[in-house]
Design a protein around this ligand. Structure first.
Ligand SMILES: Cc1cc2nc3c(=O)[nH]c(=O)nc-3n(C[C@H](O)[C@H](O)[C@H](O)COP(=O)(O)O)c2cc1C
Length: 201
C-alpha cells in the first residue's frame, strides 16, 4: 500500500473483533513506526500508555468512556500523553548523534523558546501527539488493520487512573484492531475551496 492509498483508506472504525490479537512483532512494528513521526526540536515529548489490562479497559469504557466499544474490543489501545517539560530534561540527548555545532545550536535555542511560555509548551506537546497518532494509524493500514482516534472520555479521570505526572498533558486514545464493520460514508467532507486561502485570510 502506498502512502496516498493508506491516507484514503484510513477511517474511524468503531467495531472490532475482540478475539483478535496482534503478534508481538506487529505491535513492535506499529510502535516503532509511530516514533518516526516528527517532533519540534526532536524533543519526542510524547509518552504512550498501552492500555493492556482488560479490567482497566472495561472500567474506562463503562465509567469514563461513553461506552465506546473500541475501548475494550480493539487489539491495541494506546493512550497518548506528553511531557510538557521534556525540553528541560537533559535536552542534549535529543541531538546526541548530530554534529556538535548543530547540537549546540538547537539545544541552546530550545530553552529560550519554551521558557515562561506555558501555552506553547502545551501546544507543542499536543502537536507531537497528533503527529504520532496519524503515523500509527497509517502504519496500521499498511499492516491490514483499522483504527479509531478517540477523545470521547473523561480526560481528568483517565489521567488519574494512569497516574499521569503533573507536568504531562493527556491526549486522545487510538484503538487499533481488526475492523468488523465498514464505517459509514465520510460524514461531510468540506470542499478544499472552503479550507485553503492564498497568502492571507
Ligand atoms: C482527536 C480526535 C478525537 C476523536 N474522538 C472520537 C471518539 O471519541 N469516538 C469516535 O468514535 N470517533 C472519534 N473521532 C473520529 C472522528 O469522528 C472521525 O475521524 C471523523 O468523523 C472523520 O471520519 P474518518 O476518520 O472516518 O474519516 C475522533 C477523531 C479525532 C481526530
Amino acid at each position: 500500500m502506498n502512502a496516498i492509498e493508506a491516507i484514503y483508506k484510513r477511517r474511524a472504525v468503531k467495531q472490532y473483533d475482540s478475539d483478535h490479537r496482534l503478534s508481538a512483532e506487529e505491535e513492535q512494528t506499529l510502535l516503532t513506526a509511530m516514533i518516526q513521526a516528527p517532533t519540534s526540536f526532536n524533543i519526542q515529548h510524547w509518552r504512550f500508555v498501552i492500555l493492556r489490562d482488560p479490567e482497566l479497559r472495561a472500567k474506562i469504557r463503562k465509567e469514563y468512556g461513553n461506552d465506546q466499544a473500541q475501548m475494550t474490543d480493539a487489539s491495541l489501545l494506546i493512550l497518548f500523553a506528553a511531557d510538557m517539560k521534556a525540553w528541560q530534561k537533559n535536552p542534549e540527548r535529543y541531538w546526541a548523534n548530530a554534529p556538535k555545532e548543530v547540537s549546540d545550536l538547537l539545544v541552546g535555542w530550545m530553552g529560550p523558546f519554551h521558557e515562561g511560555r506555558e501555552w506553547l509548551q502545551r501546544d507543542e506537546a499536543q502537536r507531537s501527539i497528533g503527529m504520532a497518532m496519524q503515523t500509527v494509524m497509517l502504519a496500521a493500514q499498511e499492516l491490514g488493520y483499522q483504527s479509531c482516534p478517540m477523545i470521547g472520555f473523561d480526560l481528568a479521570k483517565v489521567a488519574e487512573l494512569v497516574k499521569l505526572p503533573d507536568d504531562h498533558v493527556i491526549g486522545p486514545m487510538v484503538a487499533i484492531g481488526k475492523g468488523i464493520k465498514e464505517p459509514w460514508p465520510k460524514p461531510g467532507q468540506l470542499p478544499l475551496e472552503q479550507l485553503v486561502v492564498e497568502n492571507s485570510f
